[in-house]
Design a protein around this ligand. Structure first.
Ligand SMILES: [Zn+2]
Length: 332
């Protein structure tokens, strides 16, 4: 790591100063419409003395809105008098993607959550990842990263952490998930963990918690309420914000293997055969893909590889081969 050059990103906030600071991570990005221009990523630091630090992020994918809605709100309203330690808020982590309303960056097509550990001399997305890897993650004791399904998936609202080889770290993460008190709480495995922010944080020994709170490229009143209440609960759980955790019932789910995921093998029009939150038996038809090029062709059936609850589904009406069609989770 020491052979890497310094990050080109300059922060306008001082992470060691008490009080509230609203500023930017300024990333030089010279281009046709802005010579010597920069990407200005909003950041807020709320600090009150020594103590644990939470790093809160939304907009890791640019078309997911519960996180940014909750975090711009928290940055505006959290009073440092109620804080012990630090809260670092980056409500729109992949800011170019967030501005474009797209999952990946319009500048370099970078998927932030596949770009870690990043590079100080890489693309814009890689430079942001590198800054998180080397400057922000090391400051944090707990890392909370909001996601939802974006434009192409829709989820039942859940808070999640990974099953980890380090059981003490796993335990802390699941305690934070329980404190968040979403209607569902998920034990996750990753099917594609390389390059993820999650993996970067966990490999550094940080407590890492995430969500999937809906999707479809928008937000819902219910999912935004869950996000706002949940993140305050997590801060209370850590002791950074004073006050008791406001717990509500949650149903624990598990995604124990790759059999949870079903992928489309054909292009076409997707018909989901059960709705989110409904149950399916192994072998039952989860979704059908209808060929649209001509009439008279039987739909392709996607069958559940395990019994469980439909936790996520493809959102747009049209699907392409390779798209994630459905995710089944099991009740714990
Ligand atoms: Zn996401």
């Amino acid at each position: 790591m020491s052979s890497l050059r310094p990050s080109p990103i300059a922060s306008t906030v001082d992470f060691d100063r008490d009080g509230v600071q609203h500023g930017f991570l300024r990333l030089p990005y010279s281009r046709d419409d802005s010579a010597w221009g920069s990407v200005m990523i909003p950041i807020c630091v709320i600090r009150n003395g020594e103590g644990p630090a939470a790093l809160l992020t939304g907009g890791n994918h640019g078309d997911e809105y519960e996180g940014p809605l909750a975090l711009y709100d928290l940055a505006r309203t959290l009073d440092p008098k109620h804080v012990s330690g630090s809260v670092i808020i980056v409500p729109a982590m992949n800011y170019p993607a967030f501005r474009a309303g797209t999952r990946t960056s319009p500048i370099d097509k970078g998927n932030m959550n596949r770009s870690f550990p990043g590079r100080p001399d890489g693309t814009v997305t890689e430079k942001i990842a590198d800054y998180f890897q080397r400057e922000l993650l090391p400051r944090a004791d707990i890392v909370f990263d909001f996601h939802s399904g974006g434009r192409t998936l829709d989820f039942v609202p859940f808070c999640a952490a990974h099953t980890l080889p380090d059981k003490a770290l796993e335990q802390k993460a699941f305690e934070a998930v329980a404190a968040f008190s979403a209607p569902f709480s998920m034990r996750m495995i990753e099917i594609d963990a390389v390059g993820m922010y999650d993996t970067a944080a966990e490999e550094m020994g940080k407590v890492f918690v995430s969500t999937e709170l809906g999707g479809g490229g928008t937000s819902r009143a219910q999912t935004v309420r869950i996000a706002r209440r949940g993140i305050l609960n997590v801060l209370r759980y850590t002791g950074i914000v004073a006050g008791p955790v406001e717990k509500s019932p949650t149903q624990w789910l598990d995604m124990p293997s790759g059999d949870c995921f079903s992928f489309a093998e054909d292009d076409g029009m997707i018909e989901t055969m059960i709705d989110l939150g409904e149950f399916v038996e192994e072998g039952a038809v989860l979704a059908r893909i209808h060929s649209t090029g001509r009439t008279g062709i039987a739909p392709q059936e996607i069958r559940a590889k395990m019994s469980g609850m439909l936790a996520a589904r493809h959102f747009p009406g049209l699907v392409k081969a390779g798209d994630c069609a459905a995710v089944v989770a099991v009740h714990v």
